[in-house]
Design a protein. Structure first.
Length: 319
């Protein structure tokens, strides 16, 4: 199995919805001024240049994402395709870029990005996104005929058994948090249960967690997305992989409690196995995001316990 078919090129193993092409008027011919900022922690084992590239990309994304003119496109795109549109804008149409460092204290690096996007280029990026969606749907339809059972093409990942409860710190009086995992979604709207198994492995190692098979049993549901996986050649011997993932935690009432994005660059040589590099990075980003979701679950569980104790004390006060 070639991981680049899964992570480094659009996944074409499932039918994708199409979107009707349409013209959207641009209100002004003047360049659209954009502004965004972002911060990233500095790791001892990572070159500062890599951190700067990554945080600049994050700030650029925020700049394009926050411009009001994007609102008219948001209504017509899902999250995956909106991300494709934004990355197209910052990769190809962001002009007059000015990057300014606002914090650099050895622990984190914060930058702000200012630039502009011409209205006609915003329209061009929108049309290119529409073309990509149509082209992707056409190829996906052909792939579906060639592979009637597309999940067989995904690699198998061992997952913990359902109902498995791991409590490394000993038996707890607190009922375990029951988690259900939706299939991982990719930036071309395809899905894979096998990548969700990676998350199950991560959460199964955390205390007081129970993995369940259906959303009806769950206290919380976790949604996972691979929003971007792109390789850029640096020179004849080196390449750069960027990956963007997101994890979303929802409670039993389907309310979003937290959404955590992770965005990383890694450099690798022509001698490295591209698929192995991609999978290692995916697991790392999933693990980083999972830790933050787990903390949110812990806080939510503790609040629930505190409320129950308070109610109990009011109903049956101590003599």
């Amino acid at each position: 199995m070639y991981w680049n078919r899964l992570l480094l090129t659009p996944l074409l193993f499932a039918c994708c919805g199409s979107i009707q092409a349409q013209e959207i008027s641009v209100p002004s011919a003047a360049p659209i001024e954009v502004y965004g900022n972002a911060c990233e922690k500095i790791s001892k084992n990572e070159p500062k240049s890599s951190v700067r590239v990554r945080v600049t990309d994050m700030a650029s994304y925020a700049a394009a994402e926050n411009m009001p003119e994007l609102a008219q496109y948001r209504k017509q795109l899902n999250d995956h395709d909106l991300s494709i549109l934004i990355y197209n804008l910052i990769d190809n149409y962001l002009d007059d870029i000015n990057v300014k460092t606002i914090v650099e204290d050895g622990r984190e690096l914060c930058v702000e990005v200012r630039g502009s996007i011409k209205p006609e280029n915003l329209q061009s990026a929108w049309e290119e996104t529409q073309d990509e969606i149509k082209h992707r749907a056409e190829i996906a339809a052909m792939e579906e005929k060639a592979h009637p059972n597309p999940q067989e093409l995904y690699p198998e990942v061992d997952a913990p058994n359902p109902k498995m409860l791991i409590q490394p710190n000993g038996i707890s009086d607190t009922p375990p948090a029951k988690l259900y995992f939706e299939p991982t979604r990719f930036y071309n709207n395809t899905r894979s249960n096998n990548f969700a198994k990676v998350l199950k492995q991560i959460f199964a190692e955390m205390p007081n967690i129970e993995i369940v098979e259906t959303p009806q049993e769950a206290d919380y549901t976790i949604y996972s997305d691979v929003l971007r996986a792109k390789v850029d050649p640096i020179n004849d011997n080196n390449n750069r992989l960027q990956m963007v993932v997101a994890l979303e935690l929802r409670n039993a009432e389907n309310h979003i409690m937290i959404t955590e994005h992770q965005n990383r660059f890694v450099l690798f040589t022509a001698q490295d196995n591209e698929q192995d590099v991609a999978f290692r990075l995916l697991k790392k980003l999933f693990k980083n995001a999972a830790k933050l979701l787990y903390k949110k679950i812990e806080r939510d569980t503790n609040r629930g316990e505190a409320t129950e104790r308070a109610q109990s004390e009011l109903i049956t006060p101590n003599p």
